[in-house]
Design a protein around this ligand. Structure first.
Ligand SMILES: Cc1cc2nc3c(=O)[nH]c(=O)nc-3n(C[C@H](O)[C@H](O)[C@H](O)COP(=O)(O)OP(=O)(O)OC[C@H]3O[C@@H](n4cnc5c(N)ncnc54)[C@H](O)[C@@H]3O)c2cc1C
Length: 583
């Protein structure tokens, strides 16, 4: 049966600002109060008054809406031979969900797949990959779509393989400190399941309640405690992976349970961080550790951000290894005071929060040591190892993600250029330069991050209905990525490259990018796995033969569905996305 082209959600005719909130107005079609569509993006205006509205994603353009459903229904018909009917999504209205992740990139450039499959088993994945390989259909794997780099968006159409229903913790092997699980397990759920055994899977993304372990492995996700425990890659012992041609392989110690191995190339490490461009992760053997019995927190405020940077170095020099060191810049502090006036943080250039964990005596000794070395540099220092006080001291850090919006009521946070990592010694300089970029483009930026490892999250506040602000915030992102490289850092500390940062890969990696491309071509010669991500097209790539570049896959697809990318400087700069079939 041909799939029906469903009406997209109604467009608001205008927007009004009411009590600091942006409210969509839908003309005479519905009562203003009810005006809404229920896609999950917009809510009714009562709810909007409670929760600041996200602006509409850029409209799925007419061309995309009106695209022929023939390819979609053809793929869905074939998929029905492989998986159950209920596992297939083909209606364009429902497929819209799969056009987005949490990035700004997908708000600007949503793209529907032709079909989505909710994978229920490894066998489903093998069957879908074999089919896709045979017919050269692009496949994009998706976890929870909490990614901020457009990694899970199907930029060449094709099939989205949703892994979130494969969410069993298959085994917790306490004796060997390991868990074996499916990729759709949500991080917080895994740790909740481990808690009774006194064990933890330590990577700790802020998106813990959303992110799947498959997505975390694929982006090599981290978090504030990566300072002590490392990113996800340090905690993956082995994987089951379905390669692009449908072959199922085991890597590392999936079978052996050995906690270390020198037997050959580390395929596990290669696949972790590959963002679904080399295969589909279907099982993971994860390393665990005992939950640290105790922790303590130190907070310190600084009149000068340079002193905050020095305080971090002095802490390490004193022989202390905190589990986390977090920084809030001046604007974050202002936002928290607006959002939660009772906190009454001092008006300073920076605030640091240190966490130490381990045995109680060690925590106390470490917290005292940090306080001692930081005190001469700071305005105020406080530490505690009492759970209630820890919660209070940590509150500023817990609130900052939500609080930033209070700096500009009604604004939206544009997640672009939001995840750089610079050398720790250059963080104060990097923070100052971010503020220069903010002034240059007249975009409000508040920055926080994991200063102990150099990972910064600049938060840009814009009015997403204003095309000029969109243009300027994209320039901000360009400048911030360039700044990261200028500082001797990287364009992404933990969120990954996806489509959002693909344009910067050449600059960051130089000739090493060709080595990555060679690996990609060897494992995915047809270029069907997550095209348009990680690997930029070569500008001079005019070879008519040889392995298809990933982005060329879409040439045979119905590319009229592509959404144009607004580019900050129009023709003056190279397009951010250079893939011919996608543009
Ligand atoms: C509020 C918020 C806070 C965040 N905080 C952090 C943070 O502290 N640290 C951090 O690192 N990130 C953070 N993120 C980003 C995001 O949560 C992580 O990148 C996370 O790892 C993505 O997991 P996911 O399941 O949502 O993956 P998705 O977004 O669905 O996918 C991400 C990438 O992985 C691929 N992929 C997913 N599953 C598989 C699989 N089974 N096999 C192969 N490829 C797969 C996708 O194709 C895509 O390229 C945050 C995001 C939000 C919204």
């Amino acid at each position: 049966m041909a799939s029906r082209i469903e009406a997209t959600p109604p467009r608001p005719e205008s927007y009004e600002e009411r009590e600091g909130y942006i409210v969509p107005i839908f003309g005479g079609r519905k009562k203003k109060k009810e005006a809404a569509f229920d896609s999950g993006v917009w809510r009714n205006s009562d709810a909007a008054a409670k929760e600041r509205l996200t602006p509409p994603p850029s409209e799925v353009d007419e061309a995309q809406r009106a695209y022929s459903s023939s390819r979609s229904s053809e793929i869905a018909r074939d998929l029905r031979e492989l998986v159950r009917d209920s596992q297939i999504v083909e209606a364009p209205g429902e497929l819209q969900t799969f056009a987005y992740d949490a990035s700004f990139e997908t708000q600007l450039r949503p793209r529907l797949p032709e079909a989505a499959v909710i994978a229920g088993s490894e066998e489903d994945v093998v069957a879908v990959m074999k089919y896709a390989h045979e017919h050269s259909i692009p496949v994009t794997t998706r976890g929870a779509a909490s990614g901020q780099a457009a990694g899970a968006a199907p930029y060449a159409g094709g099939i989205v393989l949703a892994m979130n229903a494969m969410n069993r913790v298959i085994e917790v092997d306490g004796a060997n400190l390991q868990a074996f699980c499916e990729p759709g397990v949500v991080h917080a759920q895994l740790n909740a399941a481990l808690k009774p055994s006194g064990l933890v899977f330590p990577p700790d993304p802020g998106s813990s309640k959303m992110a799947t372990v498959g997505g975390m492995a694929s982006t090599n996700a981290a978090g504030m405690r990566a300072l002590k425990y490392g990113a996800t890659s340090a905690w993956v012992l082995g994987l089951n992976v379905v390669l692009p041609d449908g072959t199922l392989i085991e890597t590392g110690s999936v079978g052996s349970r050995a906690k270390q191995s020198s037997a050959g190339l580390e395929l596990t490490k290669l696949l972790v961080g590959a963002e679904g461009t080399l295969g589909v992760i279907t099982r993971l053997r994860l390393k665990l550790m005992p939950i640290p019995p105790s922790r303590a927190i130190v907070t310190a405020t600084f009149d000068d951000v340079e002193d905050a940077g020095r305080a971090v170095q002095e802490t390490f020099a004193a022989g202390v290894s905190p589990s986390a060191i977090e920084i809030l810049d001046e604007r974050c502090i202002q936002s928290i005071n607006k959002y939660r006036p009772g906190m009454d943080l001092p008006s300073v250039e920076a605030m640091l929060l240190f966490e130490v964990d381990g045995n109680p005596e060690g925590c106390r000794a470490d917290a005292e040591k940090i306080s001692e070395v930081v005190a001469p540099l700071s305005r105020e220092v406080e530490w505690s190892d009492e759970p209630e006080r820890i919660a209070t001291l940590w509150e500023a850090r817990s609130l900052v993600g939500a609080a930033i919006g209070a700096l500009r009521p009604g604004s939206n946070r544009a997640y672009c250029g939001e995840d750089i990592c610079a050398p720790v010694s250059r963080i104060p300089e990097t923070l100052r330069k971010i503020q220069e970029i903010s002034a240059k483009h007249d975009i409000l930026i508040a920055t926080y991050g994991h200063i102990g490892g150099g990972n910064l999250h600049p938060g840009h506040l814009i009015d997403a209905r204003d095309p000029d602000e969109i243009r300027r915030v994209l320039l901000v992102a360009d400048d911030i990525h360039a700044l990261a490289l200028e500082m001797g850092g990287t364009i992404t500390g933990e969120h990954g490259v996806g489509a959002a940062r693909v344009a910067y890969m050449e600059r960051e990696h130089g000739p090493a990018l060709d080595a990555m491309r060679a690996i990609k071509a060897a494992l995915d010669p047809k270029g069907i796995m997550n095209p348009g991500k990680l690997f930029p097209d070569k500008v001079s790539d005019s070879q008519p033969e040889g392995p298809a570049s990933p982005a060329r896959v879409g040439e045979n697809a119905e590319d009229e569905r592509q959404i144009p990318v607004p580019h900050p400087d129009g023709a003056a700069q190279k397009p951010r996305h250079e893939s011919p079939p996608l543009e």
